[in-house]
Design a protein. Structure first.
Length: 588
C-alpha cells in the first residue's frame, strides 16, 4: 500500500462521513421536527418507548442525535428519566439499519438481480435523481429529498473508494498482526470505543469496519469486540451534550453509557463462555459486511431484551452515581428550559419550541393587559403589583427568545421555519410593548385611586365600549399569532381603524365636558393616558397581523399593505370596518 492508496483511503473516508452527514441532515430537515414531537408524546410503556426510539433513529439515521435530543427533553422537563430509558435502548436498535444498508456493498454474485442491489449499481442513479431534484425543482420538499439521495450516493461512493484503497492491506503482515492484537476482547473494545468517540457516530465507525472487512483480513474474532466498543464509544456524544445541564439530564447520558457497558460485558461473557464449550468455528473466518451488520443487530437486540426489564435498576444506578438533592426534588422547570441549545441540532424542533414559548409570552402579555383594564372599574393594589410582575416576566421572555431565535436563525432552516422565525422576531417586540402599556394603564389608574377621582357615568359608558373593542382586538391578535391564521389576521386592521375613530371621538367628547365644567383637567389627563395607551395597544395588534400577512405573502411592505387594504375599491375592508363601527358605536 503506497502513499496514493493512503490518500485515496482518506478521500474515501471523507466522502463517506460527509455523505452520512448530508443524508442525516436531509432526513432531519424533511421530517420537519415531527419525529421529535412524536418522542415528546411518549407514553410510560417501556416497550412502546423502545419501538419509538428504534423507529425515530432508523429514520434520522443517528442514535447519537436521538440520545442528545432525549437528554434535552429531560433537561427541559418535557420527559422523565424513566421514560428516556426505553428510547435510549430503542435508539441503539434503530441505528443498526445503517449497517444493513452499508452491507449491500459486500454482496457477491453474477446474477443481474444481485448486481442491481449493489450500491455501485444504483447509488449513481439515486445521486443523479437527487441532483435533478435540487437543480430543476422549486419545491423545498424535493430539495430535501435530493439532499438525502445525493448524501446516500456520496456515502456509498466513499465506502467503495475506501474499500478499494484498503484492499492491498490484506497482504501486509504488519496490518494483519495489528488486527490479531484487536482479537483480544478488552483491546478490541477499547479500540472500537476510541474510534467511535473520535468520529462521534457508531454508524460511521461500523461502516469503516465494514469497509475494512472487504479486504478479507478482518476476522470475526476481531470484529465482535470492536463492535461492542463502538456501541460504548457512541455514548461520548450524549455525555458531552449534558455538560452544564441539569442533574437529571446527566443521569440520562449515564443510563446510555451504563446500558452499553453492561450490555457489552454481559454479551462478551456469555459469548466467550459458550465458545469454551462449543468452539465457534466462524471466529477465525473473515468477517463480511453483512456479518458485521448481523453482529451489530444481535448485540443490540440482546442488550435490550436483557436490560429492558431492569430499566428501573439502570435508573437507580444513575441516581447512585449522581445523588438527588433536596433542592432538586422541588425543582420547577421554567418555559425558558425549553430553549435548550441541544435542540439547535434539530432546527425544526427548536423553532417549534420557540413558537410554544412565544405563545406563552403572548398569553402572559394579554393577561397583564386585561388585568390592568379591570383595575379601571375596581382598583386593587395586589392586582396592580401582579401586572408589574407580569411585565417583568414578559421582558425576560423577550430577552431569552430573542437570543435563542438568533441562534436558531443561523441554522439551515426550511422555508416554513424561516417564515416562522421572521414572524416570531417581529412579533415578540409588539407583545412586550403590550405589557409596557398595561403598566402605563396601572400607573394612570393608581393615580386616580390615590386621589379618589372617578369618571362620570357617561365617560364610564364610553370607556366600556372602548374596552370591549380593545379586548376583541387583543384576543384576535393572540389567536392570529398562535395559529398563524391569515384569514383572521385580515380582520384586525379594520378594527384598528375603528379604535382610532373611537379614540378621537372620546377626546372630542371629553373637551366638550371640560368646557361645560362636568370634568376636571386632572381627570382629563388620566383619561387621555388610558385612551392613548389603548390606541397604541391596537397599533401593536395591527403590527402582529400585518407581519403575518406580509411574511406569508412575501410580496409587499407594511405601508404598501396598509395603503392597499384601505383603498376605496376594497369592499371587503369597508364592510368589516362598517360592521365594527356599528358594533362599537359610542352611546349618546
Amino acid at each position: 500500500m503506497d502513499i496514493f492508496d493512503v490518500l485515496t483511503m482518506i478521500g474515501g473516508l471523507a466522502l463517506f462521513l460527509y455523505g452520512m452527514d448530508t443524508m442525516g441532515a436531509g432526513l432531519s430537515k424533511l421530517s420537519g421536527g415531527r419525529l421529535e414531537k412524536v418522542l415528546e408524546k411518549l407514553t410510560a410503556n417501556p416497550l412502546s418507548a423502545v419501538l419509538l426510539g428504534a423507529g425515530v433513529t432508523a429514520v434520522i439515521q443517528s442514535s447519537s442525535a436521538t440520545t442528545v435530543m432525549v437528554v434535552g427533553f429531560v433537561n427541559s422537563g418535557i420527559m422523565k428519566l424513566s421514560q428516556a430509558v426505553g428510547i435510549i435502548m430503542g435508539a441503539n436498535i434503530g441505528t443498526t439499519i445503517t449497517s444493513w444498508i452499508l452491507g449491500l456493498s459486500g454482496l457477491e454474485g453474477d446474477s443481474i438481480f444481485i448486481q442491481l442491489l449493489k450500491p455501485t449499481s444504483f447509488s449513481p442513479i439515486l445521486a443523479l435523481i437527487g441532483v435533478c431534484f435540487i437543480m430543476f425543482s422549486k419545491r423545498e420538499k424535493k430539495h430535501d429529498i435530493g439532499s438525502i439521495l445525493i448524501g446516500f450516493g456520496i456515502l456509498m461512493f466513499g465506502m467503495e473508494t475506501m474499500s478499494g484503497a484498503v484492499k492491498p492491506l490484506a497482504n501486509e503482515p504488519g496490518f494483519t498482526n495489528i488486527l490479531l492484537m484487536f482479537s483480544n476482547p478488552v483491546l478490541g473494545v477499547i479500540v472500537g470505543a476510541l474510534l467511535t468517540a473520535v468520529i462521534q457516530s457508531s454508524s460511521a465507525s461500523v461502516g469503516i469496519l465494514q469497509a475494512l472487512c472487504l479486504t478479507g483480513a478482518v476476522k470475526f474474532s476481531t470484529a465482535i469486540p470492536t463492535i461492542m466498543g463502538q456501541n460504548i464509544g457512541t455514548c461520548v456524544t450524549a455525555i458531552l451534550s449534558c455538560i452544564g445541564a441539569s442533574k437529571n439530564a446527566k443521569r440520562t447520558a449515564l443510563v446510555h453509557l451504563y446500558f452499553n457497558i453492561i450490555g457489552s460485558v454481559l454479551f462478551l461473557i456469555l459469548f466467550y463462555t459458550l465458545n469454551i464449550f462449543v468452539d465457534f468455528p466462524f471466529l477465525e473466518e473473515s468477517a463480511t459486511a453483512f456479518g458485521i451488520a448481523a453482529v451489530h443487530t444481535i448485540f443490540n437486540l440482546f442488550a435490550t431484551a436483557v436490560l429492558l426489564q431492569f430499566g428501573k435498576k439502570l435508573e437507580k444506578l444513575a441516581y447512585v452515581t449522581i445523588p438527588e438533592t433536596e433542592e432538586e426534588k422541588g425543582e420547577v422547570f421554567s418555559d425558558f428550559s425549553l430553549l435548550d441549545d441541544r435542540f439547535l441540532d434539530t432546527p425544526s424542533y427548536a423553532v417549534e419550541q420557540c413558537r410554544n414559548v412565544a405563545v406563552k409570552m403572548a398569553l402572559l402579555a394579554k393577561e397583564g393587559l386585561f388585568m390592568a383594564i379591570d383595575l379601571i372599574s375596581a382598583y386593587d393594589e395586589k392586582k396592580a403589583e401582579r401586572v408589574m410582575e407580569l411585565e417583568d416576566t414578559v421582558d425576560q421572555y423577550e430577552d431569552e427568545l430573542g437570543t435563542y431565535l438568533v441562534k436558531v436563525s443561523s441554522k439551515d432552516l426550511s422555508e416554513r421555519d424561516s417564515r416562522t422565525i421572521s414572524i416570531l422576531l417581529h412579533s415578540i417586540g409588539d407583545f412586550e410593548r403590550l405589557s409596557d402599556h398595561s403598566v402605563n394603564i396601572v400607573e394612570a389608574v393608581r393615580k386616580m385611586a390615590e386621589k379618589e377621582m372617578e369618571f362620570s357615568n357617561k365617560a364610564k359608558k364610553e370607556l366600556a365600549v372602548f374596552v370591549d373593542a380593545i379586548r376583541e382586538i387583543v384576543d384576535k391578535s393572540v389567536v392570529v399569532f398562535e395559529n398563524e391564521d391569515a384569514d383572521l389576521a385580515k380582520t384586525i386592521e379594520p378594527l384598528e381603524e375603528v379604535i382610532d375613530v373611537i379614540n378621537e371621538e372620546l377626546k372630542k367628547r371629553h373637551i366638550k365636558r371640560l368646557r361645560k365644567g362636568k370634568c376636571t383637567i386632572e381627570l382629563g389627563f388620566v383619561l387621555s393616558d388610558i385612551t392613548t395607551n389603548f390606541e397604541r395597544v391596537a397599533d401593536h395588534c395591527s403590527n402582529i397581523a400585518v407581519c403575518l400577512l406580509q411574511i406569508n405573502e412575501d410580496s409587499f411592505e407594511t405601508h404598501e399593505y396598509l395603503d392597499m387594504v384601505k383603498r376605496n375599491d376594497n369592499t371587503g375592508f369597508k364592510q368589516m370596518y362598517q360592521s365594527y363601527l356599528t358594533k362599537y358605536e359610542l352611546p349618546e
